[in-house]
Design a protein around this ligand. Structure first.
Ligand code: AMP
Length: 129
């Protein structure tokens, strides 16, 4: 069972931003930039292009909803998106508010307190449409 499935089942906590029957979005615990969010299908699959076309399209659609809220909540030039998965073999889309290339390159990390994570997650969640 992946660490993200443990988040989905509630076994371990997360800073949740959005959820529906098939997907969950929560803040990355070790963010590249403030607002770095992960969008995860509840069905545990390893690689994004092993998903069915329909699951993939639905994941992108949910990511769109989350990205719109994220862009309203966190001032930035734009929302960058990437899919890596080398650390956690459970499909996830990284949505990252970026101002410069380094913000999406996984070469820098920002530290946030628990209170900052909580406030940030709420601020994004409040803007989900
Ligand atoms: P990757 O699999 O290379 O796309 O990276 C996995 C991402 O998941 C990294 O950015 C981690 O910081 C993030 N991550 C790992 N464990 C957790 C967790 N428990 N809660 C939130 N994010 C996590």
């Amino acid at each position: 069972m992946s660490i993200f499935t443990k988040i989905i089942t509630g076994e371990i906590p997360s800073y949740k931003v959005a959820e529906n029957d098939d997907f969950i979005a929560f803040l990355d615990i070790n963010p590249n930039a403030k607002g770095h969010t992960l969008v995860v299908p509840k069905k545990e699959e390893n690689k994004i292009f092993e998903m069915s076309r329909e699951e993939y399209s639905n994941l992108m659609d949910f990511s769109y909803t989350v990205a719109k809220a994220l862009e309203k909540a966190v001032p930035c030039n734009r929302i960058g998106m990437s899919v890596i998965g080398l650390e956690v073999p459970h499909v996830h889309v990284h949505l990252i508010p970026i101002n410069k290339m380094a913000d999406i390159q996984y070469i820098q990390k920002v530290k946030l307190s628990n209170d900052e994570f909580v406030a940030l997650a709420k601020s994004i969640a409040d803007k989900i449409e």
